[in-house]
Design a protein around this ligand. Structure first.
Ligand code: DSN
Length: 431
């Protein structure tokens, strides 16, 4: 009967909401939570509508307000990065990458990229959209223990091979990439550079990480929901009118038909939150990641990047080979309601993918719910008790749930009456 199935669906989502939203310490580096105000504008009628193409030149009627919204939000969003143009229609970071790669290179061209165990996103690789577009990856060298790009080695390869495109930016990133040096080499050989800022976008907006456009990147591709606390989606940001024009003709009709219109207002509000609170939020993220790394190191963990202060992003990377490997540790931590992901580290072979050397930890969501440096010491202790001391995870879980009760509010957002605003705008949450 449908009643049973309905109950089952409601039960599953209720359990998920309670567990992940109030009982877990969420440390997946690619996730975040939106504020209640963003949630209120997200749940709008726009989620049911279509607007193919560009604002004011759509293929369907009924888009007059959505058109205005898209123009306004694109401009606020680009402005956060001191850029002239943004296309906020890609529905994910991977779609943004697909668009930028198709714009800057063609079938048979070569692209210089970082290796997957060096932190690159799968879309930059032969297994992802880059490969499917017929663009051949040439791997740039990295310095394994720091996950840093080997600048001299990379410049040499770019000069020797003259690729059509160079891609920096990564999913596993603890230190800024050398955009200036690499983009100079790229431009010397007539290549253009894309920087995939999906992970560090909120840090760039908060001036806590170098802006790749200032250092010579021709375009930024990104998602809008990692350190940047917006709705899930993607975007391309550039100062080049030529790239923007080309990109705007590729997003639709090639990679997106409708672009999920309820994201627009939500991204606009999240952008204004970043304008108002971005600096404070991003600098707290860096203080938190650094402190977490130090506390873990003090408890005997092998933390990558020790020589350079462990991290200058939201991420902390642990080499947990001696503790059973990334998968075993992540599974044990999940039993204690600490959510992290296993991760390949530079020395891992493809066959290590099931239980790689590493764990990747991100502190952006913890920061957004109000955790500060001293809370990171507690988090490190929970991780230590599960991974090093092999304590019963259910006992640690009890303490984690208790600890989590101190963090019930989302910070770095406007102090407004969200229910009143939801009522005023006709948010679907109240319909
Ligand atoms: N796979 C995501 C990450 O966790 O970094 C990016 O798409």
């Amino acid at each position: 009967m449908y009643e049973d199935e309905l109950r089952e669906i409601l039960d599953l989502i209720r359990k998920h909401n309670t567990w992940r939203r109030s009982e877990c310490i969420n440390l997946i580096a690619s996730e975040n939570v939106t504020s209640p105000l963003v949630d209120a504008v997200y749940l709008s009628d726009a989620m049911h509508r279509y607007a193919e193409g560009l604002p004011f030149k759509r293929f369907y009627q009924g888009t007059r307000y959505v058109d205005e919204l898209e123009v306004k939000v694109s401009s606020i969003f680009a402005g956060l990065f001191g850029a002239k143009y943004s296309d906020i229609r890609p529905v994910s970071g991977t779609i943004a990458n697909a668009t930028a790669f198709a714009c800057l290179a063609k079938y048979g061209d070569e692209a210089a990229v970082l290796p997957l165990p060096g932190g690159a996103h799968v879309s930059h690789s032969r297994y992802g959209i880059l490969g499917r577009l017929g663009i051949k990856p040439i791997e740039l060298p990295i310095i394994p223990e720091d996950m840093m790009v080997d600048v001299d080695g990379a410049v040499k390869i770019i000069r020797e091979r003259s690729p059509r495109m160079v891609v920096l930016g990564a999913s596993v990133v603890i230190f800024p990439h050398p955009v200036k040096e690499i983009s100079e080499a790229a431009h010397e050989v007539g290549a253009q550079m894309v920087y995939d800022a999906a992970h560090v976008l909120g840090l760039i907006a908060g001036r806590a990480y170098p802006n790749p456009l200032d250092d010579g990147a021709d375009a930024i591709t990104t998602s809008t929901h990692k350190t940047f606390p917006g709705p899930q989606g993607g975007a391309i940001i550039t100062n080049s009118g030529e790239i923007y024009e080309k990109v705007s003709k590729i997003v639709f009709p090639v990679f997106v038909s409708n672009h999920h219109l309820h994201r627009l207002a939500a991204l606009g509000v999240a952008s204004l939150e970043m304008k108002a609170f971005g600096k404070e939020y991003a600098s707290q993220i860096l203080r938190n990641s650094r402190r977490l790394a130090e506390e873990l190191h003090a408890r005997g963990f092998k933390v990558l990047g020790e020589k350079w202060g462990f991290t200058k992003t939201h991420q902390v990377l642990l080499d947990v080979r001696e503790d059973g490997g990334g998968a075993r540790c992540a599974e044990a931590l999940e039993k204690a309601n600490i959510i992290v992901n296993k991760n390949m580290l530079p020395w891992d072979a493809p066959s290590d993918i099931e239980n790689p050397s590493g764990i990747r930890i991100g502190v952006q969501e913890a920061t957004r719910i109000g955790m500060r440096e001293d809370d990171m010491a507690e988090v490190a202790d929970f991780i230590y008790r599960v991974v090093k001391r092999k304590e019963d995870p259910s006992e640690v879980r009890r303490r984690v749930i208790e600890f989590r009760r101190n963090f019930t509010k989302i910070h770095y957002t406007f102090d407004v009456n969200v229910m009143r605003i939801a009522e005023e705008i006709g948010s679907l949450i109240l319909c």
